[in-house]
Design a protein around this ligand. Structure first.
Ligand code: CAA
Length: 424
């Protein structure tokens, strides 16, 4: 009798944008109490893309160090989950496939179901690897969360891409069965094709998130999943990091446990450190929470953790993963901290200009000024076709060994249509 090898997360990393808007700067102009942002929603800053950054450049930036470390020859599938796609037909992953120089004998597909898409991709990837454990699947999850200016969602914007390598005998975490599932047709957050920002019923979305958490937990439990006390920590989808606290409070009550602050912080605090400074990254958010947990705590070997994935509309899944004893050697903590610390701080005025700027749609040839710090950039648009290039101020290895860094959080201002750097 043959036994199936364990399958799961072999490598995990993320990239974010070049620019950052702090919530203190936002509060100075919206009139909100900074304590509402910091404590009420649990956010301190928002990653903002330059005009030459998008989901493709972020995802390629996240995927490159994974290819650098593991090679490309075992990758037979690339799955890109996003809800801020750049084309209604062509998969964004094909641009990433080209930028990363992946082999031609690869299937590339884009998946969408709001913030849940990456978890669907992860489960599909695990299923593919179980059919042929010599294969690996590169899962990418990238989004730019943009809400209307002056709307309640504005403070929860953000942007990032996660890259996850799924393989047999993984270095980081084995994905377990069973998981709990839930789907219900609900209009809490959606974005019709003709809109660049979503329509949101914020309070309803929080309620439907919690309703889906209860339902997935019960499904997980009914199918023989581990009890809550066996889970060392839980990574929740974090549209804003306070949501993880609300969610765990809710789950403790659902399971008949008294929700103490100590228990809630113990389960979720370490998972929020990247998302609180990056903001919502939709599909990537849950996997940034996992990266934060792993980077923060190197004593998780052989422990099982929970992951709750929620995508408005809505689809949700509660799954568990068992952390592998050798995982600290696979971590990319320094690179993650570097990506966050080297963002350039922008003013509120620059933020508003960037928010309202649109890429041209006239079919003419347009070049985009080089502004990103990242290794890939959107160089221009010509005849309705996007052109990407390696911009490489840093080598592909930079995600594991950062090159000399620019001063952290430098300021930027807008002049003559170009973002110019101003010395701190
Ligand atoms: N000090 C401390 N806390 C303060 C405060 C102060 N000075 N002032 C206000 N607060 C607290 C409030 O008491 C409140 O706490 P509770 O939620 O615990 O009651 C919190 O700050 C937020 O305040 P409001 O309720 O007044 O917030 P708001 O009207 O600005 O809206 C929001 C909050 C609805 C989440 C809004 O940001 C939003 O619409 N966000 C987008 C939708 C979203 O993120 N939904 C989450 C679930 S859907 C999902 O997960 C998918 C996804 O990624 C989008």
């Amino acid at each position: 009798m043959t036994t199936e090898p364990p399958v799961g997360i072999h490598d995990l990393t993320f990239s974010t944008t070049t620019l950052v808007l702090t919530h203190d700067e936002l509060a100075r102009h919206t009139g909100a109490n900074p304590a509402k942002y910091r404590h009420g929603i649990g956010q301190t800053s928002i990653s903002i893309p330059t005009p030459d950054e998008d989901i493709v450049t972020m995802a390629a930036g996240a995927g490159a160090p994974i290819i650098e470390r593991h090679g490309k020859d075992r990758i037979r599938t690339l799955l890109f989950a996003t809800e801020t796609g750049i084309d209604q037909s062509k998969a964004a992953g094909i641009y990433v496939h080209q930028l990363l120089g992946l082999n031609r004998n690869v299937r590339v597909v884009e998946l969408k179901q709001a913030c849940y898409g990456a978890t669907a991709a992860l489960q599909l990837a695990c299923a593919l690897v179980r059919t042929d454990p010599t294969q690996q699947v590169l899962v990418l999850a990238g989004d730019i969360a943009r809400y209307d200016l002056d709307s309640p969602g504005e403070a929860t914007q953000g942007a990032a891409a996660a890259a996850i390598l799924i393989a047999a005998h993984p270095n980081i975490a084995v994905i377990n069965a069973p998981s709990g599932l839930y789907t219900r047709d609900v209009m809490d957050f959606w974005r019709p094709n003709y809109r660049t920002t979503p329509l949101v019923n914020g309070k309803k979305s929080v309620d439907t998130y919690l309703e889906a958490l209860t339902a997935t937990w019960h499904d997980h439990e009914t199918r023989g999943g581990l009890p809550l006390e066996k889970l060392r920590a839980i990574c929740y989808h974090q549209p804003f990091t306070r949501m993880a606290y609300k969610a765990h409070h809710h789950l403790l009550k659902t399971t008949g446990t008294t929700p103490t602050l100590h228990a809630i912080e113990g389960a979720v605090a370490a998972t929020t450190t990247y998302n609180e400074t990056i903001g919502n990254s939709y599909t990537a958010s849950l996997y940034l929470a996992l990266a934060a947990l792993l980077d923060h705590d190197t004593t998780l070997g052989a422990e099982t953790i929970g992951l709750f994935s929620y995508g408005s509309g809505s689809v949700a899944e509660f799954l568990t993963a068992t952390i592998q004893p050798g995982y600290p050697t696979a971590l990319r903590t320094q690179a993650h901290q570097h990506a966050i610390a080297t963002r350039t701080r922008i003013t509120y005025d620059t933020y508003r200009q960037l928010h309202t700027a649109q890429l041209p749609t006239d079919g003419q040839k347009h070049q985009i000024p080089h502004q990103t710090h990242g290794p890939y950039r959107l160089a221009g648009i010509d005849a309705h076709q996007r052109h990407y290039e390696a911009s490489s101020p840093r080598s592909l290895a930079s995600n594991s060994a950062p090159s000399p860094t620019p001063p952290p959080n430098r300021e930027c201002h807008e002049s003559g249509g170009h973002l110019l750097r101003r010395d701190p």
